[in-house]
Design a protein around this ligand. Structure first.
Ligand code: GLU
Length: 579
């Protein structure tokens, strides 16, 4: 049996022989870019079978749930932006996790009223939000797709069943999670060998996840949100499968929380930038608003004659200002009055831009007053300034387009690497810790509340020019998601780099901090580029890598170029149908 399935894989790989893993590919027809070659192949298989971009995106996402289980999966949630070629419209499918009915502003407070330590809050039932992914896939497929779960989950089921080789990147993240997985019997069994991460080169199979996908393929969305799978999630959250001697804080999730979960179809955030139309993710993500606001601030400068360093300085400072507002004002719009009109106003951006000088701001800046640009009688909320809350840098993003011109930009996550660390017994998937994306203490628009969606940074973005798709971009990376998407847009539009170069360039992330986060993976520190910015007062804090972006460029000659990471996250996979 085993030999037969391995042979089937070999035959399939030979059939895709021309589709070697590479981070850039150009051609005609559908295109896909993901961080996992298995996932890109899954999308291609569906496109070649006549599926559209939505079908292929779900196929890729389900496969990423197998090959990148620490970043994403059916135990989490996400945001899918869809460009429907027929309607010439963009729609956002919000399937962010939601807080259960039992939630309240005090859940992440210690007995003395202080906020819990963020890291300590993560690996518990308490941090698990109602997963939205399966409902999101269902909404996307039934409204915009052409295939059902049975077809689109088939490639992922095959990979989960037959297994895949553990690579260095999987191993790296697995190693970082050893302590978290050691807390839970189910995670230890699936992801540890003798208390250590699975070794590089070993074959990793997940038959329980294959079976869960089969149950969803057969029973549809209800199979996940009602019945035995739902019951096992409720049990895992309320009575976590802790190893002996480990103390885990349970959550309080009910079957009704799961049954009542809804994905929301939302209008995207729409803005313009130097003749391009930028479509981004609305709340509960802060991504679309922050990117639009930062670009509006950038747009108030004439860039002609400016050097690369001067343009990058503006990018960093515009991002700093946008983050000050994002941290103060943006949360789930069902629970808080987000001053959209002011935040997105070009006049407000011009006012904010006046705060930018020729040198870096000496540290944090304060939020502005977008209410003054609301064109109504809104009363300013006068928020208390907040530093950037703790967020992880994980998640995954994928991009797919098809021959008809439909596009999917899709970011989805289980929050921290390995989420809560709780693998649902018998089901083979990790539950998220998305509820730690709330600000732990009130007053704040993003305070924990029942039925609320925690604020996100996920930023799937689709860019149009003259009404037609120009490119799409998105990335993982917690709050650096916003700066990665923003910097790639600036690199491409303002610095004239190809989308591939724009994505591969060293990343800098300024999120209203005293220092700017930069990568050590690429030759940035000590470079000429770094020195030019240091001369303007910028200071760096190093991290290994920022984001793992994927995108597609729609070229003027009718071809498309799929673009993924050459190095970050072990390198991605971009494939275009050639015919
Ligand atoms: N929870 C984060 C968000 O929604 C994503 C997690 C990450 O990228 O690390 O923005």
């Amino acid at each position: 049996m085993r030999a037969r399935t391995l042979l089937a894989t070999a035959v399939m790989m030979a059939a895709f022989g021309a589709l070697a893993r590479q981070p850039v590919d150009t051609g005609h027809g559908g295109a896909v870019a993901t961080i996992s070659h298995h996932a890109s192949l899954a999308a291609m298989e569906i496109l070649n079978a006549g599926g559209n971009a939505i079908d292929a995106a779900v196929a890729a996402a389900a496969t990423l749930g197998v090959t990148d289980p620490f970043s994403c999966g059916i135990g989490g949630g996400g945001f899918m932006l869809i460009y429907s070629a027929k309607d010439r419209r963009v729609i956002a499918v919000d399937h962010r996790e939601v807080a259960p009915a039992s939630f309240h502003p005090g859940v992440f407070l210690n007995a003395d009223g202080s906020a819990m330590d963020w890291k300590a809050a993560v690996p518990n039932g308490l941090s698990v939000g109602v997963p939205g992914t399966v409902r999101g896939w269902h909404e996307a497929l039934t409204r915009y797709g052409t295939m059902g779960f049975e077809q689109v989950l088939a490639p992922a089921i095959r990979v989960a069943e037959e297994g895949f080789e553990v690579g260095p990147n999987f191993h790296r993240i697995n190693t970082a999670n050893e302590a978290k997985f050691a807390r839970f019997s189910t995670a230890s069994a699936l992801y540890l060998q003798d208390s250590k991460a699975l070794p590089v080169g070993s074959l990793h199979r997940n038959p329980e996840l294959a079976q869960t996908y089969r149950d969803i393929a057969r029973g549809g969305v209800k199979a996940f949100y009602e019945g035995p799978i739902a019951a096992s999630m409720v049990a895992a959250v309320n009575h976590p499968p802790a190893n002996p001697g480990v103390e885990v804080i349970p959550g309080s999730l009910t079957m009704a929380d799961l049954k009542d979960y809804e994905a929301r179809l939302r209008q995207p955030v729409r803005s313009s930038y130097r003749g391009y139309e930028i479509l981004g993710m609305p709340t509960p993500s802060s991504g679309g608003i922050a990117i639009a606001q930062a670009l509006n601030i950038m747009e108030s400068f004439d860039l002609s004659g400016k050097s690369r360093a001067e343009i990058e300085h503006l990018y960093l400072e515009a991002s700093r200002l946008a983050f000050a507002d994002r941290n103060a004002y943006v949360a789930d719009e069902a629970f808080t009055d987000v001053p959209f009109e002011g935040l997105l106003s070009k006049d407000y951006a011009r006012e904010r831009a006046r705060l930018i000088s020729a040198t870096a701001a000496p540290g944090k800046v304060e939020q502005g007053d977008p209410y003054a640009f609301q064109n109504d009688l809104s009363v300013p909320l006068r928020p208390t300034p907040r530093p950037l809350a703790q967020e992880s840098m994980h998640t995954t993003h994928l991009a797919v387009s098809d021959r008809e011109g439909n596009i999917v930009a899709y970011t989805f996550t289980i929050e921290d690497w390995g989420g809560s660390g709780i693998v649902v017994p018998g089901r083979g998937f990790l539950l998220n810790n998305e509820l730690t994306d709330f600000d732990f203490s009130a007053p704040h628009p993003n305070v924990p509340e029942a039925f609320k969606r925690p604020r996100s940074s996920m930023s799937p973005t689709i860019v149009l020019k003259d009404g037609a798709p120009a490119f799409t971009i998105g990335s993982p990376g917690g709050s650096t998601i916003i700066t990665t998407a923003l910097q790639t847009i600036v690199n491409h539009i303002d610095l004239g780099m190809s989308l591939a170069d724009a994505l591969a360039a060293p990343r800098m992330s300024q999120r209203n901090g005293d220092t700017t986060l930069v990568e050590t993976l690429l030759p940035f520190p000590g470079s000429e580029q770094a020195r030019a910015l240091e001369a303007m007062g910028h200071q760096w804090r190093e991290t290994e890598q920022i984001g793992a972006a994927n995108g597609i460029r729609f070229n003027a000659d009718g071809t498309v170029t799929a673009v993924s990471e050459p190095l970050r996250h072990g390198g991605g996979s971009a494939i275009v149908q050639k015919h």
